[in-house]
Design a protein around this ligand. Structure first.
Ligand code: UT7
Length: 332
């Protein structure tokens, strides 16, 4: 009997309208467009403005678009997984709120917290439910409203992050396409380099934690950069080797969009040229769990059935990993 795999049968991204440019950041912190572009590759990012709007807004918009374009009835969805580090609230899960918002009344849902690698983790988990035959339609979301945890007085972090995300539909196939392999890692000793100091069970919110600006993302950028360059490049090379893939076999690298220099280092290690690297960091910045589905969405019209695609990410935790997938459909 042929093996059942999980294949992506549709992708949809969503970003808010408001564009925060490097020029506007120049009026907020001591930075400049040239520094930001040369050190990161980012020109602008999106910000979700308005009262009472959390990450679920991104997820609901992405999933509604996904259901429409794939002609899927929300009542047929079995499971929704949302990767995010900026949930609407600590509980319930943002995935529960999204499921309710899109009318997925027969689905159960949960969140995954793996920072920038969240989409890789969630895609790997969702694929297992399809491969085992337990579910037929699973939606994987990667979305973050990073502006809710960014200190717009800290020039080292506020220039990088933005809001946005996307969703994919996973369905079973016995064709030779879909999620072929996955390689995931985590190392909690990396926590001091990238974390949020307060607001969790260890240090609940007090007047003091708010005054000390401890409810924002803290990052020791240069240290994270070093780990990211090494690990994202290594894990991408490793998944190629264990699947006997050469650079010529790869159609696309889909790298986490944290810093253009990290992306270039990963592509170099894999031996692939810039024409095969998905890149949209320029317009969205780092949307944490949102970067990978946003890339797939932006490049969807250029993807062909059977394309060999490597997804790769590195982020807070530390977490990192790569997924090898064969694209499942031609442009529609
Ligand atoms: O997605 C999750 C994982 N995160 C990442 O992968 C991010 C990894 N890190 C990075 O992308 C980079 O480390 C940053 C973009 C965050 C920073 O770039 P860097 O080249 O590592 O800069 P740095 O932190 O080593 O700072 C170099 C200099 C410092 O000045 P001095 O001490 O040399 O005088 C900083 O104060 O650049 C200064 N600097 C800035 N200057 C202008 C830092 N941020 C800025 C800024 N504008 N926004």
């Amino acid at each position: 009997m042929k093996k059942t795999r999980a294949v992506i049968t549709g992708v949809q991204g969503w970003v808010p309208d408001y564009i925060l440019t490097n020029r506007e950041l120049e009026t907020m912190v001591d930075t400049n467009d040239e520094w930001i572009v040369t050190r990161t590759g980012i020109k602008e990012r999106r910000i979700l403005k308005g009262e009472d709007k959390g990450t679920s807004v991104i997820g609901i918009n992405a999933v509604k678009g996904l259901l429409k374009k794939t002609n899927t009835n929300p009542e047929d969805i079995d499971l929704i997984i949302c990767a995010t580090v900026t949930p609407d609230m600590p509980f319930p899960a943002t995935a529960n709120i999204i499921a309710d918002g899109v009318g997925a009344i027969n689905s159960y849902s949960f969140d995954i917290s793996a920072a920038c690698s969240g989409f890789l983790y969630a895609l790997t988990i969702g694929s297992q439910f399809i491969e085992t035959g337990m579910h037929k339609k699973v939606i994987i979301i990667g979305a973050d409203k990073m502006s809710s945890i960014i200190d717009y007085q800290d020039r080292a972090t506020c220039i990088i992050f933005g809001d946005g995300g996307g969703a994919v539909l996973l369905e079973p196939t016995t064709e030779d396409v879909g999620v072929m392999d996955s390689l995931l890692h985590s190392d909690g000793s990396g926590a001091p380099y990238l974390h949020m100091k307060a607001g969790g069970s260890r240090k609940p919110a007090t007047m003091e934690t708010i005054a000390a600006r401890e409810h924002y993302a803290f990052q020791e950028g240069a240290s994270v950069f070093k780990f990211a360059v090494t690990n994202m490049a290594e894990v991408s090379a490793e998944i190629m080797e264990r699947n006997n893939l050469t650079a010529e076999d790869i159609s696309w690298l889909v790298p986490h969009q944290a810093n253009k220099r990290i992306i270039d280092a990963t592509a170099n290690r894999m031996g692939i040229g810039p024409d095969k690297v998905m890149l949209n960091i320029e317009k969205y910045g780092n949307t944490t769990a949102g970067t990978l589905p946003l890339c797939l969405w932006d490049y969807e019209s250029r993807l062909k059935k059977g394309d060999n695609i490597i997804l790769a990410a590195f982020g807070g935790g530390f977490t990192w990993g790569s997924i090898y997938l064969k694209w499942g459909y031609d442009p529609k």
